[in-house]
Design a protein around this ligand. Sequence first.
Ligand code: ASP
Ligand code: MG
Length: 467
Amino acid sequence: MATGHQSVVYEMKKVVAKFGGSNLKKKEDIQKLVNVIKAYDRPMVIVVSAFYGITNHLIQSMEAVKSDESKIKTLIQFLLGMKEEVIRENFGQSEWADKTLKAVEKRIIELERYLTGIHYIGDVPEFVEDVILSYGERLSSLILASILQSKGIDAEEALPEEMPLVTDGEFGNATVDYAAAAKGVQKRLAADKIFVVPGFYGVSPEGKVTLLGRGGSDYSAAALARCLDAESLDVWKDVDGFMSADPKLVKCPRRIKTLSYTEAAELSYFGASILHPRTVEPLQEVSIPIHIGNIDTFEGMVEPRTVVQASETITEDIIKSVTYSDDFCILKLRGAGIGKKRGVLAKVTGVIDKAGINIKSVITSQIAINLLLSAKDIKQAYQLVEELELSAVTELSAIENISTIAVVGEGLLEQPGVAGRMFMAVARKGINVRMIVSGASTVASYFVVASTDRDVAIKAIHTEFFG
Ligand code: ASP
Ligand code: MG
């Protein structure tokens, strides 16, 4: 019977929360996750990564298994033992424990089959590699969903292949195709309950598992948030969000309450390990905020320590944070007029790109071309360029053991004097700055020093801007 009242249905947006390896180190850590999830008290999507160190362990075992069959057993026993400990710790000896253990064993047997396959062919095809490495996450999601259920919480595991979370299909380092994925993701995760999703992978248009790059669970959570038009992406850490510098190097760093998307992206790119550098990518365009919480100081209230959002605040001292990375090396090509000769840069970047090596930055001058590369790639890149035997190049060198130090803050390019203050601070300590890059980003400038000078440089800059 009509009552005459208009009923309005407010659809509540979802929150996507991500818990990473740093939240999953010890078997007791799961309890902390459960407490946080309970405090939200709302339907949401949880994304988990593998337990701390498990992905590296899988990588090493996968290599070893190619030639040594006994390594399959070693790995399987290790995983079973570890997961059983986690399960016994969190369920006691209940029926739930047995049921969960069975499900985990079943999943570990799937992994064993893939490992047996690669042993017999003596090689790891890339599509199999991606499947194998996704098992760290698959074990976390299975166990967490089951623990939540055992506590009477309406939770369910949802796998990326069930949605599907469609990617561009690049193995090892895929990009999520939001347009292709959104409908399926929304449908699979529509119910008003808690979904637990393994991070780190999506599936190609053909349905093959594709990893989203190392540390990629943050990015998968961001991609899901984008597909769901979530209220926020909440990333839980074991530290206090973004800080003005690494607390290990600087005595009293300041917590940064708000950052713009670009500032967060640059800080992450230049080494702040709070977020994966790609996390901002899916969210910036649609202005979904990122909340960073600290699970170790959690006391019952879901409260972000840092919020990353669209608005840009320019602070008085401009600089919000100074960060560093040791994962930069320089490949230096010298030769008179090399910067002016046509084709040299194209040939060099061509061979490096073809080998699948990412060039982080290129800095050229009249007499030199400097390529900034990841430390793991420098030897191979050196060889490739050497083999080109370019007549314009009289000297080729690989500069290792360097660090990049970046300062980040909105307004940095417009405000005169900021770079000057930074370099004066470093110069007063007698540090030799080997290269300076400013202007490539509107919110970041960086320079290169010997790794041995890194800590002193960071401290000097931090004191200059933050006292
Ligand atoms: N477990 C994966 C890795 O170690 C993904 C992640 O932790 O975000 O790379
Ligand atoms: Mg991680």
